[in-house]
Design a protein around this ligand. Structure first.
Ligand code: SF4
Length: 444
């Protein structure tokens, strides 16, 4: 990099899906010869990629914009909150430009307007072939689609990110291959709704044979997963909506083509609450499916998220949720207290649950799930697990088993550091010696 290239400050907020958008913009910036710098001070322009999912995220985004304006002054805003330009301009009238999510082209046009693209660009070659990644080199998020066709009543993502728009299968596989060729050992498949991949395309397009790497493939999720499974790296599926065809993916997990890990947000267990949320409602059917999945793939790790305190949730509904947790014995569970989001249908529903009740249910939920998670992790003690190494320092080695997604799940601490020679990204066998409700400890 040279001091003559313009400097762009970049702030990325929000979820992994937004992180993928950030990586895309950063790759374009580097391709155009801009320097990316981690401070406001010497930046010629600052881009803030915002999140607008819940009110606290909106607040965080507005604060980040405020700080960038104060410290630098030349700020453009993009991302989910950008879909609500008025809300941003009301608080920060001085932002230069605002765009919504996945507006890469528009963001680049704006950057060119305020900070002209360097004419001679010897740095293009410095852009790694796989693009700029914000995650450590050994794992990467791979976004397979944008938007969502569902209309869950607590969510405003479809109004911000639009309807489902799947990337072409060859484009996704090309990106996956580039990442793997560049050293990535774990692909984290993300989207708003991974199981809906390609369903936005006509039946004709979905059934059409296309060729990738000389192989005839179909334009659907199954084909995508089969091909990803041949790349020889860990492939982890996130945000899988509980469609019936998810059942077809479990054999791929049993065969070791995909990680035996399913991140499937179920949100609730009471049919009444699920109906109000506009989510699939048959919890008995879900329990049956979970049982069947575990028969096919006993190693399967199930992660899910739930919302407590949704409008109209009674104590009886909440009990159904606790009963479901006891029965389903999920491995990893996240819980959110219902938080009204401006523009979401549920925000204006009657029978809002008081905050103290939400809080109390949240604690009861977490207490029960912690016991379940602890018991399930305890069953791993004495087993030998494959562990991917994330960090090595003088204090020890930290890795993750197939059951642990980066950032959201637990880790495996490996004790006998000095006796082994490993590298970050390497997959090793670890004997588990100890467990608590989140993490594991082991030796190799
Ligand atoms: S499936 Fe997910 S992204 Fe789509 S509307 Fe529901 S919660 Fe929002």
């Amino acid at each position: 990099m040279t001091s003559s290239a313009p400097n762009i400050g970049f702030i990325s907020l929000g979820c992994p899906k937004n992180l993928v958008d950030s990586e895309r913009i950063l790759t374009e910036l580097r391709s155009d010869g801009y320097n990316i710098i981690p401070s406001y001070e010497n930046a010629d322009l600052v881009i803030v990629n915002t999140c607008g999912f819940i009110d606290s995220a909106v607040q965080e985004s507005l604060e980040a914009i405020g700080e960038a304006l104060e410290e630098n002054g030349k700020v453009i805003v993009t991302g989910c909150l950008g879909a609500k330009e008025d809300r941003i301009r009301e608080v920060h009238p001085k932002v230069l430009e605002v765009t919504g999510p996945h507006s890469y082209e528009a963001v680049m046009t704006q950057v060119h307007k305020y900070v002209p693209k360097p004419e001679y660009n010897p740095y293009t070659a410095l852009v790694p072939k796989q693009g700029v990644k914000l995650t450590p080199k050994h794992y990467a998020y791979l976004k397979i689609s944008e938007g969502c066709d569902h209309r869950c009543t607590f969510c405003i993502i479809p109004s911000m990110r639009g309807d489902l728009d799947s990337r072409s299968i060859t484009q996704v596989l090309d990106e996956a291959k580039r990442l793997v060729d560049a050293g990535v050992k774990e692909l984290l498949i993300v989207s708003q709704d991974t199981s809906a991949y390609a369903l936005d395309q006509s039946k004709e397009v979905q059934n059409k044979t296309v060729f990738w790497n000389g192989m005839p493939i179909k334009n659907n999720l199954m084909s995508l997963c089969e091909q990803l499974g041949k790349l020889g790296v860990w492939v982890r599926l996130h945000y899988v909506y509980p469609y019936p065809h998810v059942d077809d993916l479990i054999p791929l997990m049993a065969e070791g083509k995909l990680l035996p890990y399913l991140d499937i947000p179920l949100q609730h267990a009471s049919p009444k609450v699920l109906k109000a949320m506009k989510r699939p409602g048959s919890i008995d059917r879900t329990l049956e499916r979970i049982k069947k999945w575990r028969e096919i793939c006993p190693e399967l790790t199930l992660r899910s998220t739930f919302i407590v305190g949704f409008p109209g949730e009674t104590e009886e509904d909440f009990q159904l949720l606790l009963d479901f947790l006891k029965e389903a014995q999920l491995d990893r569970v996240g819980c959110f207290k219902f938080s009204p989001v401006e523009g979401a249908v549920a925000t204006d529903m009657p029978d809002q649950v008081p905050e103290d009740v939400k809080e109390e249910r949240f604690h009861r939920f977490m207490q029960l799930q912690q016991e379940i998670s602890a018991q399930r992790l305890q069953q791993k003690v004495g087993k030998i697990l494959s562990v991917i190494i994330d960090e090595i320092d003088e204090e020890g080695i930290i890795g993750r088993s197939m059951a642990d997604a980066p950032e959201i799940d637990g880790v495996v601490y490996i004790d006998n550091v000095s006796q082994i020679d490993v590298k970050v990204g390497q997959i090793i066998q670890v004997e588990i010696t100890q467990a608590d409700e989140y993490d594991l400890w082991g030796t190799c």
